[in-house]
Design a protein around this ligand. Structure first.
Ligand code: KG4
Ligand code: ZN
Length: 341
């Protein structure tokens, strides 16, 4: 069983090996919309209210109860401390009450592991591109539990965060990614040549790193300029140009990482993996480079409990010792640290 509570989704998943038995989810997103971003205190309270009903839902869906599971895994980081604590406390209580081994696991590794529920076990080393509101990383995955290397990450905003901030500039609702994706379909991506950061002179030092805050400022400047000139700016064209800039850089660097490391499989996860243009770029470029793409279905790409269960199952399969019942929530848990002590 896996429990997730690192951000705004309360998730409980149950798996048997790579088979998904339950995928119960409760989201507090609606409570954050009017603030234009996730409010940590609101998220923590929502986890508290949703935890028991979500557990019950997972038991009902699978016909499996906590007494029947081999182990309990929980996201111990990275994420919002107060939010993580709710899941960690729930997992500890269940582990103690039912005498089950407890595993505190890494949220980012879980985003990669979840793909096994959809496409089967990883047969060989892979590169993973994680893109969501909180993360933008390229990982080299030799082994999902013992062999993750961080190749690069954003040095400022996450990719989803950039979508959300630019949507706001364009007067679109939060979370902005799906709205930009939709609006951009009617736009011309070649209208404005927005910057593609860390692809030019800085490439050597930041080959697999990203930066999106300059892009966000460029969009803001463009919108202000059009306003000052008394022109109504074309939301669809700006959205399409912005989206192309983000997706071009994300996919180019991910494919480069595959080629550099002689890797034939690219796994894409996180909420931004839903983006149509990202998928299009990725498919075109991967096909050209002879690389296979694995993207879990949307409900498994965004935060959920099944991904935690999927990673937990791999940890158990490797016979690693359980975490301590003193397991802390670790808001900045590094991705190389897959299981907490
Ligand atoms: O993985 P996720 O549900 O939550 C975390 O942040 O962990 O990702 C949410 C992010 C938001 O920033 C949202 O705007 C973005 O994913 N997103 C998208 C799309 N759907 C969701 N971004 C671009 N295009 C989309 N279709
Ligand atoms: Zn996530």
């Amino acid at each position: 069983m896996g429990i997730e509570s690192s951000c705004d989704e309360t998730g409980v998943g149950i798996v048997r090996g790579t088979e998904l038995l339950a995928h119960a989810l409760s989201s507090s997103m609606e409570q954050h919309v009017r603030f234009g971003g996730v409010v940590p205190e609101v998220a923590s309270r929502a986890h508290l209210e949703a935890m028991v009903p979500t557990l019950e839902q997972a038991y009902a869906e699978s016909g499996v109860r906590v007494q029947d599971v081999d182990a309990i895994a929980v996201t111990s980081g990275p994420g919002l401390t107060g939010a993580l604590l709710v899941g960690v406390a729930a997992a500890k209580a269940l582990a103690l009450a039912h005498d089950k081994p407890l595993y505190g696991v890494n949220h980012l590794a879980a985003h990669v592991a979840v793909d096994q529920l959809e496409h089967g076990r990883f047969e060989e080393r892979a590169v993973a591109l994680l893109v969501s509101g909180g993360h933008t990383e390229i990982l080299l995955v030799d082994d999902i539990v013992t062999g993750i290397t961080l190749l690069g990450q954003t040095i400022d905003d996450a990719a989803g965060e950039a979508f959300d901030k630019v949507a706001r500039l364009l007067g679109l609702p939060y979370p902005g990614g799906p709205h930009i994706d939709r609006v951009a379909r009617d736009g011309d991506p070649t209208t404005i040549a927005f910057p593609r950061a860390l692809t030019g002179r800085d490439l050597d030092k930041h080959r697999y790193d990203f930066s999106f805050s300059g892009l966000k400022s460029a969009v803001a400047r463009h919108v202000q300029h059009e306003d000052r000139m008394g022109r109504t700016f074309e939301v669809a064209d700006i959205a399409a140009s912005f989206q192309d800039s983000v997706c071009d850089v994300l996919t180019k660097k991910a494919i480069d990482a595959c080629l550099d490391h002689d890797v034939k499989t690219l796994i894409i996860g996180g909420g931004v993996a839903a983006n149509g243009r990202l998928r299009q770029f990725a498919e075109e470029r991967a096909a050209k480079a002879g690389i296979q793409i694995r993207v879990p279905r949307m409900g498994l790409c965004t935060d959920n409990g099944a991904m935690v269960a999927a990673l937990g199952a791999e940890v158990v399969r490797r016979g690693l010792p359980p975490s301590s019942l003193n397991l802390p929530a670790d808001s900045s848990m590094p991705v190389t640290h897959v299981v907490a002590a």
